[in-house]
Every structure is written in C-alpha cells, then in structure tokens.
Design a protein around this ligand. Structure first.
Ligand code: NI
Length: 202
C-alpha cells in the first residue's frame, strides 16, 4: 500500500492546484463584469486631441497627463446614458479625494452644444469636470480616433429637437493619457474604482 501514497499525494496536490488556478481565473474574469475585454489590441484606440473647453479656451489632451482620466462621448440633450455616465464618473472621483481623476465629456453634438451650453451642463456636477467641443470636422476626427460611433437623428436639416445615437462606452486613461480600459454603460462607480485601485493607476 505504501508505494501508492506518494503518487496519490502528487495526484491530489496536482488536482488541488488545478482547481485553485481554475477558480482564480474564473474570479479574474468576473471581477469586472462590464470591462470590455474582447477588443482587438492591434487596433489603435485613442491618441492626442485638441478641442475647445467650456470656457471657450483651447484644450489639448496634454493637459490630462499626470492624473488618470475618465472620458465619455455624448451630447447634453441626452436623456439617459450621458447623465448616468457622468454621475458614475463623479462618484469614482469622490473615491480619490486626494488624487484627482479627470472627468472629461466630449460632445458629439457641437451644433447645439456651445461652450456656454456645456458650461451650464457640467455645473450640474461636482466642480472640475471638463467639457469639450470641436467643429464638425474636429468632432469627427476625435470620434474616429476613439472608435466612437455617432449619428444625429434629424427629421430635416432645420430640426433642433433631435437625438444623437452614440456609443455608450466609458474610457479610462492612465496618467500618460493612454487608454487602459473600456467599460460598458452598466459599469458602476464601484467597479471602475476597484479597477483603478487594483491596477495602480493612481
Ligand atoms: Ni448620451
């Protein structure tokens, strides 16, 4: 009997180790349920941009460096996704009082979202939120850079009461302004906060 004990222990240890590795992997997959993981890493997403802020001043993405950033693309007339995302961004930044996180909103509706309009809009949130706009051409460029889809649903060219269909992802950038994660709209402040902490982005 004795000669079977050692192989039995080896087998059992192997099985246990396998079980723990398997569980660990499962847990890792489920830690961030709203993290987009499947995107093609070879496709470049993001990069430098120059737009205009809510005070009418030129804004370069260089200014975001030194702190992580949460970036969202939308429009101020958006009834649902945009306000929800900016609320989440604000709750995340509340978790890091001593180390600021840039909260950045880029409008996909530059026609209606003037600097003045953007200024009013971000005043609904904690101070410090950055709202950016560009010309139609600049907006198209930055949307393409970040792989953002958008389309204004105008009934006719004079329609001023239109909605803008847009992708609803939240982008997380590191202190160097590089994209590190994309979250689905269902991501909570707790999920994003945990990601920032666990990946030592601050
Ligand atoms: Ni929206």
């Amino acid at each position: 009997m004795k000669k079977y004990i050692f192989p039995a222990i080896v087998l059992l240890s192997g099985a246990l180790a396998g079980f723990f590795v398997y569980n660990y992997k499962l847990e890792k997959q489920n830690v961030y349920p709203n993290l987009i993981t499947g995107f093609d890493q070879s496709v470049k997403i993001g990069g430098e941009f120059s737009l205009t802020d809510q005070n009418g001043a030129a804004f370069s993405s260089e200014k975001l460096k030194g702190a992580p950033s949460l970036l969202y693309f939308g429009f101020t007339h958006c009834p649902d996704f945009c306000p929800a995302a900016l609320q989440v961004f604000t709750e995340v930044s509340d978790q890091f009082e001593s180390a600021p996180i840039n909260r950045v909103f880029i409008t996909l509706d530059p026609e209606r979202d003037t600097a003045e309009k953007l200024k009013d809009y971000v005043s609904l949130y904690k101070a410090g939120m950055i709202a950016l706009s560009g010309t139609k051409q600049e907006t198209d460029k930055v949307a393409k850079q970040w792989r953002v889809y958008y389309s204004a649903n105008k009934k006719d060219p004079n329609d001023q009461d239109y909605l803008v269909d847009h992708s609803v992802y939240s982008y997380l950038l590191n202190k160097n302004g590089e994209l590190v994660a994309i979250f689905r709209s269902e991501a909570t402040a707790a999920e994003i906060t945990r990601f920032i902490k666990e990946n030592h982005l601050i």
